[in-house]
Design a protein around this ligand. Sequence first.
Ligand code: SUG
Length: 444
Amino acid sequence: MRAHEVNFDGLVGPTHNYSGLSYGNVASEINSSDLSNPKAAALQGLQKMKALHDLGFKQGVIPPLARPSIQALRDIGFSGSEAEVLQSAYLRSPILLAAASSASSMWTANACTVSPSADTQDSRVHFTPANLNAKFHRSLEHRETGRILQAIFNDENHFAHHAALPAVAQFGDEGAANHTRFCAEYDREGVEFFVYGRVAFDESQDKPKRYPARQTREACEAIARLHGLPEQRVVYAQQKPATIDAGVFHNDVIAVGNRNVLFYHEEAFLHTESVLANLQHKLQGASLIPVCVRNDEVSVLDAVQSYLFNSQLLTKPNGKMLLVVPHECREVTQVSNYLDKLIASGGPIDEVKVFNLTESMKNGGGPACLRLRVVLTEQERLAANPGVMMSETLYQQLTQWVNKHYRDRLTQADLADPALLQESRTALDELTQIMRLGSVYPFQ
Ligand code: SUG
């Protein structure tokens, strides 16, 4: 049975803005309060999806969450009519209004962790929405995300959906941003690689000093148990604490893997040698190809600035791999030079494609953050909701939809505008019809 990797990109929502909500994510801090352009953000994302679809890659779309979340504001004590809730949140705590309005669900690498059916004990695809409880604005996502995932993968013969892990820091879970799957072929059993920032129940272990470690080892282990992953198919690794302190808030900012290739920076992991040996030992039917970028080639700082590793590594029909990078990689000289050297090296990666994703990048979200990888057999793909699969028609419909409903500038003050709430609801209501998703939003 053949299987493919399908990339499900998050469609950017109508309230996309820059609020500096993610301490430890350098771009989010730097660009705080900049004017955002939700229309451009959504169109940039759609152009990437369409370009990859046109190249023959399987591409899906995950709709945005309903924002601002009036319920989230009510839960923390703002009251009155919806317009009053927005206004009093803006006057008393604009940062909380921004949190309830964030379009952060666009970064679907954080939506959940997915284990393909070839890896799981019950041979179903397993999904666990990430609790994202390191940041208030992101902790608001998982229930709605779970509902959307269930509407897309709605067949319990093929798909198993779990609830998010307990909402405490000790089970901090950031989803697929810290999870990679290695395999010989997509339909063969793979090795699931879980990367964490700290061990929650052992304070004596190394952890970052400056920035938070969002993912715990305990969360990784819980997901492996929930998904029914046998021990011989799981490898755990810890991020270097100093690398988190340099701005690497998720592992996908410093490493990316596909099939039997791991493209990573030498400062990514603690005990790299034993991690690689472990992956090699557990990988069946192929040799692991580690592509290590050394400090003297690209510094961690340049990796964070350019988002070199927040790239998509995709297998082309000829078996070689394409690296999808943000255009910032061509603006940092060392990184650009490295890319030229990489594709000329005769290794597994022989092509680079550059995309303009500036609107998302300014919040610390590159090509890899914007997509959730779901390996599906053909049968599973047919069982998933066809309305979310990219096509010429869907691209045209979504582009028109964005042009019709989205604003091209948004300030912090605009988030309190009740008209924005109504515009978003009207847009999302229409979107569920375009994508044939049924009622997935709390307002529907
Ligand atoms: O969680 N930024 C996101 C970026 C997520 C990137 N995802 C991956 N690396 N997979 C975050 O830090 C910033 C929002 C703001 O500041 O307005 C934000 O949420």
